[in-house]
Each structure stands twice: as C-alpha cells, then as structure tokens.
Design a binder for this molecule. Structure first.
Ligand SMILES: [Cu+2]
Length: 331
C-alpha cells in the first residue's frame, strides 16, 4: 500500500468512526429511528467470555471491552509461539509450538479442559479445511503433532488451553503460511442439513446477536435417528463457531456433560451466544461407532432472531440446471 493510500484509508476509518459516533448521539436523543439502528443494537464485544466457552454455567468473563477469543497471538501474558510458520501442502510435517508464559518461558503446567491440556484448531483463512486435534507436550513445554495441511494458503491456528497458573481458558491465534497455489473456496450457503459419511446432521435454531439462543443438531443415519452417540472429550458434541471476516473463535459445549458409556442423540443442544451479527461458520464434532466426524454449517446471525435457513434461500422444488456444477452454491 502506498503512503497516500494508507492516509486515505486512515481518513476513511476516521470518517466511519465519526459516522458511528453520530449514530449514537442521534440515538441517545430519543430518535424513534434509533431502535432500528444496527450500530446501536450491536452488543458489546465483551458479551463473549474471555475464553470463548459458553457452557451455560457461570464461568469467568473477560474485562469489558475485551475482544472475542482467537484474535490475538498474545493475551494476559501468554503468547502462542510456533516453531515455524512455513509449511508444505499435502505433506505430513511436525507442527510444533510453545505457549510462552508471563515469565518468558514455555508453560508446562496446564489445567485440563474437556479432558485435554490443549486443543488445537487449524483452518484455512477462507474457513476450509477445519481440523481439531490434540498435540502432545514434551517436558520442556514444546507441543507437537504430525500434521498435514491439505492445501496452500494462509492458515489460522487456534490454541485453546488453560495454564495452571491462570484462572481462565485462553484461545490464542496465529497465522501460518502453506506454500502452493491458493484457490480460495467460498463458504457454503446457509443450509439446515449437512451430510458426512452417511450421516445427516440437521441444524435448527433462531440465533440473535448478543443473546443466548438454542442451537439443536439432530443426527440420523440412513433415515434413522442415531441414539447411541458416544461421548467425545466429555460431551456428545463440540461446537466451534468462527466469525466470518476475522475468524473470532467461539467454543461451545452442551450444558450436560457426557460420561464414558453413556449414549446420546439423536439431538445435541447448545446454548450459544454469538457476540455480534454476522456470518459464522459452525463446526460440530460428534462421535459415533468409534469415529469422530465434523459437520459444517454457515449461519447468518442478525440483530434479531434469524432462522437457520432464511425463507429466501430455501432450495427450489426443481433444481436449477447446472446447479450441481457449483458445489458451494455460489453462482
Ligand atoms: Cu479438543
């Protein structure tokens, strides 16, 4: 970017900030239009807890004005330090990193959350290629896992953990570079059903920005409801939601814990609070017959309740010719 362009951009941002300030000033002057002003309705970012975990229980919440989790490489004195940020695509490599503590040394003591000391999520910046994995730590505090980046591009890594010396879980995020041709994939259109490995996962809900709302996933296989879901990391489902645009991270679990030997399903219910309006990509991990699978959904969240599938995007009775050739629903 040229200096002049940067200046223009800065001036534009300033004008935008003024416009928002103006909207608030008008709103506080009891303008009847203000109620419909999305800027005014926008909930504070602090609506999301520092750790991004929304389990329905009263967990510690971050400072007011705090950003949602996953946007910073360093927070509360802890820093995610990857051993390298350059990788080759489609080749198994050793993904290594440390969590540097406030004393500048790698953290070696963690408090388990959902049966693990640390959860690692990798997703490409276009929200494709989601992985949720569990690296192992050596005695020096270096985490590692054999990992294959499936395609070239910039990928985001999220480390979700709780240091033993810290009262809350943290989610730190960093970008890494995977060489090769980057062919971005648009996120899918909102749909209420996702099919994976013969399973059909149906999502129902009416989420609204800044408000806790129920999301229910129902799992069936071959038209039959699945009633023997297995606990995976202490729950029948793990839901990671990433906000479009900045990949803010929200990790949600069902309010009810799942113990070994228990059977769950076909429904898994989450109480989720999306911090702002926007488009979110949802990734649900569930386990059945010994295997963990991931269902992916795109959800538009509005200032007021938004059905998972807005009427306007319901599929037509007859498929449009040639529609099959656009797998992601974008024309
Ligand atoms: Cu995990």
């Amino acid at each position: 970017m040229t200096g002049a362009a940067a200046l223009r951009l800065g001036a534009f941002a300033g004008a935008l900030a003024l416009a928002f300030a103006g909207a608030f000033a008008i709103g506080s002057a009891a303008d009847p239009v203000a109620a419909a002003d999305p800027a005014k309705e926008q909930p504070a970012m602090s609506g999301m807890s520092e750790d991004g975990h929304e389990t329905g229980s009263a967990e510690g919440h971050g400072d007011s004005g705090a950003q949602p989790p996953g946007l910073a490489v360093s927070q509360s004195g802890y820093t995610l330090v990857p051993a390298t940020t350059f990788f080759q695509p489609k080749k198994q490599e050793n993904l290594k990193f440390t969590i540097q503590g406030p004393d500048g040394k790698p953290v070696t003591q963690y408090t388990k959350t959902h049966e693990k000391d640390l959860h690692l999520i990798a997703v490409r910046r276009d929200l494709s290629g989601f992985h949720h994995v569990h690296p192992t730590m050596d005695s020096n505090g270096t985490w590692s896992i054999p990992f294959t980046f499936t395609a070239g591009g910039t990928w985001r890594l999220f480390a979700d953990f709780q240091p033993a010396a810290h009262g809350q879980t943290l989610t730190l995020g960093t970008d890494v570079n995977v060489s090769g041709l980057y062919v971005p994939v648009p996120v899918s259109e909102p749909a209420s059903v996702f099919s994976v490995d013969g399973y059909d996962v149906t999502l129902a809900g009416n989420p609204a920005a800044g408000k806790e709302s129920a999301l229910t996933f129902t799992i069936s296989k071959g038209g039959q409801p699945v009633k023997d879901l297995q606990p995976y990391l202490g729950a029948f489902g793990h839901l990671v939601s990433l906000r479009g645009g900045d990949l803010a991270y929200l990790h949600t679990h069902p309010a009810q814990e799942a113990k070994a030997g228990q059977k769950g399903g076909p429904g898994i219910e989450f109480a989720t609070t999306f911090p702002t309006a926007g488009t979110y990509s949802l990734f649900l991990d569930f386990q059945h017959a010994g295997k963990v699978r991931t269902a992916e959904f795109t959800v538009h969240v509005g200032a007021t309740g938004t059905p998972i599938v807005p009427p306007a995007t319901l599929p037509a009775e007859t498929p449009t010719p040639g529609h099959e050739t656009t797998p992601h629903g974008h024309s």
